[in-house]
Write a protein of this length. Structure first.
Length: 231
């Protein structure tokens, strides 16, 4: 898989020869990001980062996301020195941010995974150029039939296609990896939806940068300056 973030620095030696270890950190993430997050943590040797994913299907009912995240946070208190959240707002209407403010937990910046894969300014510019854009990531492309076709009932009611996608003009595949088979699958998805196809390679974007900072930033207890805003 392409696009590893810079490797975390080796633990530095404190005065007296003791190594300064980064804090044990829990990453509460959307299941749609699990593959990328696990790959990044393993590839970079971030053994102090633990990943706990919530089901990706919560996106079908985004109002359930904030409370699900809160339960994960409270269940992890006392077992980790730090907790971070890898979710966009994801249609919660800022309710997730309200919960995180109450719990004093940080999350990656951005409204959704499309934005932090592409980069926030880049996504805004791309979407402004064509608001009628439907986006796929590697995950959504891999599970297109289950999540989109079956999830929207298009397999049983193909006549609903125009109702769902009549206002879209193009499909943009935001590719995290160089995978020819996934690109063919994304192109076939665009054809099925009757949309123009475009592929943009994003790598892991802000996700990799956020995790890279999270992997090396610690509080004063561990000897390295803590960055309040990691994204």
């Amino acid at each position: 898989m392409a696009g590893a973030a810079p490797r975390a620095e080796e633990p530095r030696a404190a005065e007296g020869g003791l190594a300064l270890q980064p804090p044990a950190t829990l990453l509460i993430a959307c299941g749609a990001l699990a593959r990328e997050i696990v790959w990044l943590t393993k590839a970079n040797g971030w053994r102090h980062l633990t990943v706990a994913c919530l089901p990706a299907h919560l996106h079908n009912a985004p109002k359930l996301i904030p409370d699900a995240v809160r339960r994960k946070i409270r269940g992890a208190r006392g077992r980790f020195e730090r907790i971070l959240v890898l979710y966009g707002d994801c249609g919660t209407g800022s309710e997730l941010d309200r919960v995180l403010a109450e719990e004093e937990i940080e999350r990656i910046a951005g409204p959704h995974c499309y934005a932090f894969f592409a980069g926030l300014p880049e996504f805004d510019a791309m979407h402004a150029a064509e608001p009628g854009t439907f986006y796929l990531t590697d995950y959504l492309t891999r599970h297109f039939d289950r999540l989109i076709v079956q999830g929207l009932g298009l397999d049983k009611h193909p006549e609903l296609l125009k109702d769902y996608f009549g206002n879209y003009r193009r499909l943009v595949f935001l590719a995290q990896t160089e995978d020819a088979a996934l690109t063919r699958k994304a192109r076939a998805a665009a054809q099925r939806l009757g949309l123009a196809f475009e592929r943009r390679f994003t790598d892991f974007g802000d996700l990799a940068r956020f995790l890279g900072r999270a992997a090396t930033a610690t509080d004063g207890k561990h000897g390295v300056a803590h960055h309040r805003v990691l994204a």
